[in-house]
Every structure is written in structure tokens, then in C-alpha cells.
Design a protein around this ligand. Sequence first.
Ligand SMILES: [Zn+2]
Length: 164
Amino acid sequence: MCHKKQSTKIKKCSCGLKLDEAKRSKKVRYWITYRMPDGRQRREAVGAFEDLDAYSVSYAREAEAKRMVQKKERRIFDMLPESQMTFNELTEWYLDLEKVKALASYDIIKIKLDIFNAEFGNRVVSDIKPVDLENYQSKREREGTGHHRSGNPQGEGHGVQSLR
Ligand SMILES: [Zn+2]
């Protein structure tokens, strides 16, 4: 069984399989591809959606439509398991919360997150290790940018955890 992933417009796979026939006999599994709000491309198997048939193009369109609505409504927690989210995505979601927007410290929070995301924005949240945060903190201290922080030993790492 061939696992090559290709456009639905292609008629014949390089392995020789005639795709239109294969689709009719439900031998082709569909995937959807789209961009996340931060620009990363993401691919998902239609079969991974609950209640959707992986072998049906109409279900593939349904899966795609579902993601587009969630994207428009910025419901990234519905789009992604938390473990696959980047800090940019998490930040975008967080700064868009009405109760966060109402905070007096909103601008300061935003500046701090921008600085943090310049380093970690494209990283997936679950991939960051405590040692990454420690290195980041010492780097910022070396650069003399750490002096605004209080003596809180948990520093940036604590801020990250409370975001999740
Ligand atoms: Zn093939």
C-alpha cells in the first residue's frame, strides 16, 4: 500500500495506482493542509477527526471547513492539541482574551512576551525544556536586560507556566 501524499488533482500516482478508480473504491485516505494563524503549515489526516470517514472527499472538505471556522474565530485550542502549539500562537490567543485586554499591565505584558517570543516564538511549547529557559535567563542577564526583573528566582519560567 502506497503512502504517498499528493494533490487531489493528480490522476495517477508514481507507483502506478490510478487515483480516480482508487477513490471510487475507497482506497484513498484524505489529508487536509492549511496554515495556522502564525503561518506554519499543518497537515492532518481526516481519519483523525472524530466521526469523519478518512476515505471520503466530502468528509475531507468538512474537516477543512471546520478548521477554517476555528481559525477565523481564533479557537486555536480546538485546532491543536496544546502540545503542538507554538509560543506565538499561545501569545496571540492570550493577548486576545477580553479579560487580559482589560488589565492595566497589558502593554507591559505584551512587551515582555514580544521579547520572549523573539527567542522562543516559533518553538512548540512542549519542546521547551527548563534548561532552555535557564539559558535564556542568563543570556538576558549578560546582555543587561535582566535588571528590570524583581528578585523572583522563578523569573521567566514562572511566567511561561502561568500562561499555559
Ligand atoms: Zn502511489
